[in-house]
Design a protein around this ligand. Structure first.
Ligand code: ZN
Length: 237
């Protein structure tokens, strides 16, 4: 029983990545009844490293000018150039605060942009690969032939990816995400098998379309649904 998809999922959820931060993803963005499995935020350093480094050098330059040039401190333009770049750092901090990543029981989500205005998501059965690129990025590739516009949304999906960047422990997140996506896709397939079998079930019996053998519904292996007598597939996809 522990080999079932549900059993494997239960085991996986005991081993969440260390960067899991419960309460990070805004519950208001979830659908009714949707449950978050893993949620995290990018590293703040990834968002401000470049602008912070440039600003520190720039500020030292201006302070140096003020210290060495008599009368420079009276120039208001100088003070403007000292303060303005720090507003950009604050802007980047806002963008970081607005960015959150989540895997739920239904989809993978990136909430991002300044003020968290953009939302990208994709249903698990549309994801064809979970890739690590560089040391801090994990991206979920949407199958190019997914062709289900109601299953994936977002600006970034032009490139057919939901991207999580500036992650801490990206490799660990990738391993977890890949396995979770695989199990969710397997669940979707099993649900479809169950649905097709139920439609043909007679008082909890399933009739083989080839040899007419009746089988108990509960004895059928949902991973490889086959006739117990002739071995024919019970469900066509
Ligand atoms: Zn049969």
């Amino acid at each position: 029983m522990n080999n079932s998809v549900a059993g494997q999922e239960q085991a996986l959820l005991q081993r969440l990545p260390s960067s899991n931060r419960p309460g990070t993803f805004p519950p208001a963005l979830l659908s009714p009844g949707e449950r978050v499995v893993f949620e995290t935020r990018p590293r703040v350093w990834g968002f401000i490293a470049v602008s912070l480094s440039i600003n520190i050098l720039w500020s030292l330059l201006i302070i140096g000018t003020v210290a060495t040039q008599p009368g420079a401190a009276e120039n208001p333009a100088l003070w403007f150039f000292l303060v303005a770049p720090w507003l950009w750092v604050l802007f980047r901090l806002q963008a970081w605060k607005g960015t959150a990543y989540a895997m739920t029981d239904r989809r993978v989500i990136r909430r991002g942009g300044r003020g968290g205005v953009s939302l990208q998501d994709a249903r698990y059965d549309l994801i064809s690969a979970v890739e690590a690129t560089g040391t801090t990025t994990v991206r979920f590739r949407i199958a190019p032939n997914a062709g289900a516009p109601d299953g994936a949304h977002g600006v970034g999906l032009i490139n057919h990816y939901v991207v999580w960047n500036d992650l801490a422990q990206a490799a660990e997140v990738q391993v977890f995400a890949q396995e979770f996506v695989r199990l969710q896709a397997a669940k979707v397939r099993e649900d479809e098998v169950r649905r097709q079998l139920r439609a043909r079930a007679l008082a909890n019996k399933v009739r083989c379309p080839y040899c007419n053998t009746l089988m108990d519904f509960s004895t059928i292996n949902l991973t490889t649904p086959k006739c117990s007598s002739c071995g024919a597939p019970l469900v066509t996809r």
